[in-house]
Design a protein around this ligand. Structure first.
Ligand SMILES: NC(=O)c1nn(CC2CCNCC2)c2c1CCc1cnc(N=C3C=CCC=C3)nc1-2
Length: 322
């Protein structure tokens, strides 16, 4: 990105008139003032940036072309752009891709900026969410999964770090580099059916939310995200993820043996829902047998979500987190 030490402000003294609101046909890095780094990964670096024409803040993911090729990440970057384009019609739940452009060395993804960052620090700050917050944020994540799975997309790396919060504290799911786009029809395989082994997935990052079938390198399915969903609900209520150990290998062992405990004081309703999602057999998880493309009525119907109006979640004011 161009030198950010001397931010370029359009020639006017009145900041209200500073922005033309005319957006170029094709963006270049010079159309943005790049600010702080807000994320880094194997893909590249994410910056907070301001569109000099509209004044709007964006997250811009910048990927170095040579690095992507060297690290054999082209498939991930291509798939992420494909998924973000597939999500363009979503009115809620996901960071949005506004545009992409490139220069000789880099690819640029201009995304919506989640002003309030990750969900995780909010859980850590208060220790654990009360039931109203847990219901609201679980319901917003479920709405996102219903939309994603309805398109035949599996996230495969759902975790609190990838659940972001916009300026009104609504959920924006991000990071689609590990997604799998199902070539429908996906017939849910039973335990005794042979799984056509998918190319080995090289997962990096947090192991705590990975489902048993992803760890044993069998086919991930929509149900793999339901497992991660169960882990996130547990963490909202308990303040920590269900499968904890001092290294990834021991975490994997605990996951595959379903070795977790529910602390005293854990809401009975939440416990019932978590226990029906953290099931080793992916076909037996709550929601796994629901008709594809029709959302998760069996999860919505769980008593834990009693009173939640799923259709107006994004219009509701999120409950305060304290
Ligand atoms: N990898 C990405 O696509 C990505 N990474 N980040 C920042 C990460 C920080 C660590 N946890 C996962 C997200 C983003 C995006 C998408 C687009 C995106 C939009 N808004 C924000 N906002 C943030 C605000 C404050 C702190 C962190 C992120 N961040 C991102």
């Amino acid at each position: 990105p161009q030198n950010t030490s001397a931010p370029r402000v359009p020639p006017t003294t009145n900041p209200a008139l500073a922005y033309t609101n005319r957006t170029p046909a094709k963006y270049t890095p010079k159309d943005f003032i790049f600010g702080k780094v807000i994320g880094e990964g194997s893909f590249g670096t994410v910056y907070l940036a301001k569109d000099i024409h509209t004044g709007k803040e964006h997250a811009i993911k910048v990927c170095d072309k040579r690095h992507i090729i060297k690290e054999k990440k082209t498939e991930y970057v291509t798939r992420e752009k494909e998924v973000l384009n597939m999500l363009a019609g979503a009115k809620h739940s996901f960071v949005r891709l506004y545009c992409t452009f490139q220069d000789i060395d880099r690819l640029y993804f201009v995304l919506s900026y989640a002003k309030n960052g990750e969900l995780l620090p909010y859980i850590n700050k208060v220790g654990s969410f009360d039931i109203e917050c847990t219901k609201f944020y679980s319901a917003e994540i479920l709405r996102g999964l219903e939309y994603l799975h309805g398109l035949g997309i599996i996230h495969r790396d759902l975790k609190p770090e990838n659940i972001l919060l916009d300026e009104k504290m609504h959920v924006l799911i991000t990071d689609f580099g590990c997604t799998k786009i199902l070539k429908e029809p996906e017939v849910p395989l039973n335990e005794n059916e042979t799984h056509v082994r998918e190319r080995k997935n090289s997962f990096v990052g947090t192991a705590q939310y990975l489902s048993p079938e992803i760890l044993t390198d069998r086919n991930a399915s929509r149900s793999s995200d339901l497992w991660a969903f169960g882990c996130i609900i547990y963490q909202m209520v308990a303040g920590l993820p269900p499968f904890r150990a001092r290294n990834d290998y021991m975490i994997f062992q605990k996951i595959q043996k379903l070795d977790y405990e529910v602390p005293d004081g854990f809401s009975e309703m939440a416990k019932s829902l978590v226990e029906q999602l953290l099931v080793l057999d992916p076909t037996q998880r709550l929601g796994a047998q629901d008709e594809h493309g029709a959302g998760y009525p069996s999860i919505r119907a769980h008593p834990f979500f009693e009173g939640v109006d799923f259709e107006t979640l994004h219009e509701q004011t999120p409950p305060p987190i304290y």
